[in-house]
Design a protein around this ligand. Structure first.
Ligand code: ZN
Length: 135
């Protein structure tokens, strides 16, 4: 006899966070039980409705790319754990090329915050105009 899956079983199923035998068991029950697909649909619509817990945010973003802002905060280490874990997963496991490119770009920007501004400032001082500012 098989126990009907709990809510968190189904959430884990949607997150592909179960072991293969557990996934197979729920898939089998999905085919035989008319209630299960409805329960899954309810969970999905709840996630889409924009619940605000960290877990929900993590789940919702799991399948999508991180924004530049998220990646920037990831680099600074100021994201919350769940969020940072998601981005690490997205980069390492999903190996998303777009996000890797974005991250590389951001890293370069952080190493050299404003190269054009610096060059412009140097020119300004070289021209002697800097002295007028009391420098
Ligand atoms: Zn991505």
């Amino acid at each position: 006899m098989t126990q009907p899956p709990t809510e968190s079983d189904l959430e884990a199923y949607l997150n592909e966070a179960l072991t293969p035998p557990e996934m197979a068991s729920i898939e089998a029950q999905l085919r035989s039980s008319p209630q299960l697909p409805q329960r899954l649909a309810r969970i999905l619509s709840r996630w889409d409705a924009g619940a605000h817990s960290l877990g929900d945010i993590w789940r919702r973003h799991r399948i999508s790319c991180a924004s530049r802002e998220e990646l920037g905060r990831f680099l600074l280490g100021v994201l919350d754990d769940a969020h940072a874990r998601y981005i690490r997963f997205h980069l390492d496991e999903v190996a998303c090329r777009l996000c890797h490119a974005n991250l590389l770009d951001l890293r370069r920007n952080q190493a050299e915050p404003d190269p054009t501004g610096r060059a412009r400032r140097k020119k300004y001082f070289d021209s002697g105009a800097g002295y007028l500012q009391g420098g």
